[in-house]
Ligand binder design. Sequence first.
Ligand code: ADP
Ligand code: MG
Length: 621
Amino acid sequence: MGKIQLMDEWLSNKIAAGEVVERPSSVVKELVENAIDAGSTSIEVFLEEAGLSFIQVVDNGSGMDESDAMLCFSRHATSKISKEQDLFRIRTLGFRGEALASIASVSKFSLKTSDGESGIEIQLEGGHLVDKKPGSLRKGTDITVSQLFYNTPARLKYLKTIQTELSHSIEFMNRMALAYPNIAFKLVHNGGTLLHTNGRGNVQQVLAAIYGAPIAKKMIHFSGESKDYKVYGYASLPEVTRASKNYISIFVNGRWVRHYLVQKTVIDAYHTFLPIERYPIVVLYIEGDPYLTDVNVHPAKLQIRLSKEEELLPLIEKTIRECIRNAIHVPIVEKKLKPARPQTEQMNIWKSSINETKLEQIVEKLSGGSDVVKESEGAENVQEERGTTPAVLEDDWVLPKEEFQQEPQVEASPIMEEEEVVEERKEPFPQLEIVGQIHGTYIVAQMEDGFYLIDQHAAQERIKYEYFKEKVGLVNPNERQTLLLPLTFHYSQDEMFILKEHREALEEVGVFLEEFGTNTFLVREHPTWFPEGFEQEIIEELIEQVLKSRKTDVKKLREEAAIMMSCKKSIKANYYLTKEQMEALLEDLRKAENPFTCPHGRPVMIHFSTYEIEKMFKRVM
Ligand code: ADP
Ligand code: MG
């Protein structure tokens, strides 16, 4: 008797699951893509423990009738393609008909669905039907996947930390929100809302929901066309940069894809505009006949082949480059400066929507070049700013309060004041494992996708800078230390005069000057947190700053004080660290608000992805 047998369907589903369902975010991806294919306008995703214990996706799409609901778990069950030709003009996200079968085979699965006429509820465990009953008539589908991989423990072992797994889902949802601005997306993790878009079709509002309004304001619209392709999207001004290429999102006919050459072309479009190792935030939409885009390359469908690259790539580069070039030549923009808002209100604004028409006008002006954005009222607060940085009116990002009153609280970066350095929303810090140190200068740490080189000096500067920034931000009278011998500082008469005038500003950063005769100041005490051994030097440098600028710009002085202090005593190059010291350094870096650049704007860590390495070794094309 022959040895070959046909596998039973249950076993083959489980094997297919290994390909399609790699981790919780793959489930989120498949379910959300199904919801999109079903024509939903609202998709809500709820996760517990990054999806490992619970994933729920609720949509308001077409739903299924009873027979489809029973059939959708069979392998290769799909409503999306029926003949071979269809494969070459795919317009839906799914088409293989394997996702539900695979997911159900490795989880406890519940499906509630209704096409508006009948409703059904189905429960499966490990792919086997355990319950089936009539359900609600609310049109749409509600799928719950619990205890993912409960029957494939080997797969569980490969999963990373909750944070890493969650970051995959967040990244995916962000990209879907950008791909489908007409769909309202919601992502909730352990009860906290991580993303909420309004589905009103405005990409810049989605950008604001993802990156925060200050960044969204600095993204400029571009568009261009050739014979076969249309490209458009939003590109960040050169002043907004990131340490990773991950912020370049590419969508081909609505599908998010990875495409090395397209990504490289986008980066090339910024050539000379950005410092080395810094990358822009770009959302690029490419549209062309589905015949030109072959999606059937990989089961996860992230990689695609594009035809006529020689036409497409120059179109992308030229369109983005021209947009950036025009945008950075905006000469004068008037803007309104406002006092800081209370924190809670700032958070509301972050997740509030944007006044569409006004925003469009402003963005048009910014990308158009020479027009001045006019301010009509509030003349007492209006200042003029000359420079190359376009600014927009804050009010245009604020909707009346009622618009966002019912929204739940979300973790969000507050909107900064116009004059402040715009901090990005915190990128997730990678899960790193220290491999070693090279040249007594760089720490080598590997992670899931490749490795990082971390400049130990820059890293420590960043950590110290954030520490001092907080300290200098609010000089606490209880944190003061009296010196046994006062420090003395000598200045000329005119300098003494300037310093007396700006004494309060200096006190704000912890320098307490006491006049002593005509040419001398004494300092009897200083904050306890002044870097030890550098007290005299720091005070001198801060005084220098005031003498040089002759202005009382406390905010700037604080910023300079923090940078100055962070430079002192940071570990220099050529200094060998123990593994414990390296670990402590990375742990502190992880806690930093922005661990990716030093206070001077240089990168702290550089990522080498597995893909890049494999490309260098010509293991992949
Ligand atoms: P595919 O998406 O590749 O067709 P799936 O296994 O993901 O395969 O889904 C199988 C079928 O189940 C789909 O073709 C679709 O008809 C149906 N389906 C799945 N999810 C939904 C949903 N959220 N709303 C309506 N129909 C759905
Ligand atoms: Mg699908």
